[in-house]
Design a binder for this molecule. Structure first.
Ligand code: HEC
Length: 137
């Protein structure tokens, strides 16, 4: 049992470690956003199926990713994006707290707030490329 816990611990540290690699370029940023997208999808599924363990892992990862995103915009001195990413961190923390209390209704509500931060920043700073992908504006 102890050994299983130790392995789980190492794995979750590895996941956080990946998320904490600083975003240095637009390519890194795009990779981070793709991870935000898939993790947010996994979070929605975990909350809908009341899987607290999976939801906790996803919200912790989103928090770490948005800390990187926040550091990126802070360094670029883009105020509204800095604020939106700070709100995303706060929403991820609220989700973690709700999930820890096994309150999936509160987790859903906090995830709606998280979604509003995605929208706000995308409207201001994301545009479609002719190839159908996304880039910064
Ligand atoms: C602080 C600003 C900001 C926030 C908050 C934000 N995004 Fe993004 N996102 C961007 C920008 C800028 C791009 C375009 C850059 C790119 O994709 O190269 C982007 C692109 C994306 C992409 C496309 C990635 C690609 O290149 O294919 C996805 C998916 C995405 N975001 C998901 C999300 C989700 C889900 C949330 C909320 C949980 C979110 N984002 C919150 C700024 C933000």
């Amino acid at each position: 049992m102890k050994r299983v816990l130790a392995i789980a611990c190492v794995l979750s540290l590895a996941a956080v470690g990946t998320a904490l690699a600083a975003i240095g370029s637009e390519a890194d940023y795009s990779a981070a956003m793709k991870e935000v997208g898939s993790t947010n999808g996994a979070l929605g599924k975990a909350i809908a199926s009341s899987s607290a363990t999976d939801a906790a892992a996803a919200s912790a990862k989103l928090e770490a990713l948005f800390k990187d995103v926040n550091a990126y915009w802070t360094a670029k001195k883009v105020d509204d994006a800095t604020t939106a990413s700070a709100s995303a961190i706060a929403a991820a923390q609220a989700i973690s707290k709700a999930v820890a209390a096994n309150d999936m209704a509160a987790a859903t509500e906090a995830r709606t707030k998280l979604g509003a931060t995605c929208m706000a920043c995308h409207t201001a700073h994301r545009e479609k490329t002719p190839e159908g992908g996304w880039k910064m504006k």
